[in-house]
Design a binder for this molecule. Structure first.
Ligand code: ADP
Length: 361
């Protein structure tokens, strides 16, 4: 058992064309502090923020993966749970960074520099398995399975379950306080191409479901999960015996756009969606705040049950997982309010301590 804090990475995307035109008159919103790679200033240097990682616009997808995802990957293959939460307003680069768009393609076929976190992870995982098989002289069996859920207005949609998308999912807490989900459709996969095909199938289902519900996927949360099961055996007296089984989970969470409702002028159903999404993110924010409050944490007054999002992600926040929040922002003045609110939200997440254990049986 070991204690670890939630890590926070800030990624500032490049200006888009529209913003570049506006910026001629207004200048840069975010300043990177020379010699202080983890710090940024905002509001003409009036406010400062420090994060575990800061990625200015020129930093590549490979830079992001190498510095903050590879350490989580290394823990994951050693039997520990991991989570990445992508947070930020719509258009800030969450999907680009995660590599979870409907056109997600493999490293082999896509322009290498644009390949995001999940496809890189897929390649990394199956190369690692190949390498392990050689090293252990096949005295190990590896199983990989994936699931893909969408949360929309407190409904959970099972994106890989083509027969019943609204499957009944139960969330259980064991005596150690660890969370497990049942009723989720999981698919065993054999290679990185299978993983990407599940990702792409689920992303297409997500877009279709969103259209059916007259919503956009930016108003729902998506959780793509990969489980790794490792049965390591030993040969004793010419007989093979399973010495240990490790089972770890990696959640890739693309949160709904964090923009406030009033900006979208939403009415009717749209307003309900907006309010609901705000309430999911609000519940997440309340959990983050409570976890940063020593007395609430000791009394175990953490409001996980206030939303399905926080209940599903209970292990990732204050529980059994190594967690990274990837806060994505636009560099433009026109998004100053949203950027500041993302920075404050991400800043609070730094106060969370998780207790990770090796998932061995
Ligand atoms: P979100 O998922 O937060 O709504 P997207 O990931 O769709 O936002 O990003 C919006 C647009 O910005 C997309 O066209 C995307 O390709 C582009 N973009 C985002 N981040 C970067 C980046 N770091 N480098 C290049 N283009 C980016």
């Amino acid at each position: 058992m070991s204690l670890t804090t939630v890590r926070v990475a800030l990624r500032v995307r490049p200006f888009n064309e529209k913003e570049l035109k506006e910026t001629h008159q207004s200048g840069n919103l975010i300043t990177f502090v020379p010699g202080q790679p983890q710090q940024i200033s905002i509001d003409q240097d009036r406010r400062h923020f420090t994060f575990d990682y800061v990625f200015p616009p020129y930093k590549s997808q490979a830079d992001v993966y190498q510095s903050c995802i590879q350490p989580l990957f290394d823990q994951f293959v050693n039997g520990y749970n991991a989570t990445i939460l992508a947070y930020g307003q719509t258009g800030s680069g969450k999907t680009y960074s995660m590599g979870t768009s409907t056109t997600a393609t493999s490293i082999a076929t896509s322009a290498m520099e644009h390949v995001g976190i999940v496809p890189r992870f897929a390649d990394n995982l199956f190369s690692w398995i190949e390498c392990q098989k050689k090293q252990h002289n096949n005295n190990a069996l590896y199983g990989v399975k994936v699931s893909f859920l969408e949360l929309y207005n407190e409904d959970i949609i099972d994106l890989l379950n083509s027969t019943n998308r609204n499957a009944c999912i139960t969330i259980r807490e064991n005596t150690n306080g660890h969370i497990s989900w049942s009723g989720v459709h999981e698919e065993y996969i054999q290679g990185s191409a299978d993983l990407l095909s599940c990702l792409s199938r689920g992303s297409i289902a997500r877009t279709t479901a969103s259209t059916d519900m007259n919503a956009s996927s930016s108003r729902s949360h998506a959780i793509f999960s990969v489980s790794l099961i490792q049965n390591i055996s030993l040969t004793v007296d010419n007989e093979e015996k399973i010495a240990k089984t490790l089972e770890s989970k990696f959640h890739f969470v693309d949160l709904a756009g964090s923009e406030r409702l009033k900006k979208t002028n939403a009415v009717g159903d749209r307003a309900k969606e907006g309010i609901s999404i705000n309430s999911g993110l609000l519940a997440l924010g309340n959990v983050i705040s409570a976890l940063g409050d020593e007395s609430k944490r000791q009394q175990q007054h953490i409001p996980y049950r206030n939303s399905k999002l926080t209940r599903l992600l209970q292990d990732s926040l204050g529980g059994n997982s190594q967690t990274l929040m990837l806060a994505c922002v636009s560099p433009a003045d026109s998004n100053a309010n949203e950027t500041l609110s993302t920075l404050k939200y991400a800043n609070r997440a730094k106060n969370i301590t998780n207790t990770v254990v090796l998932n061995q049986h």
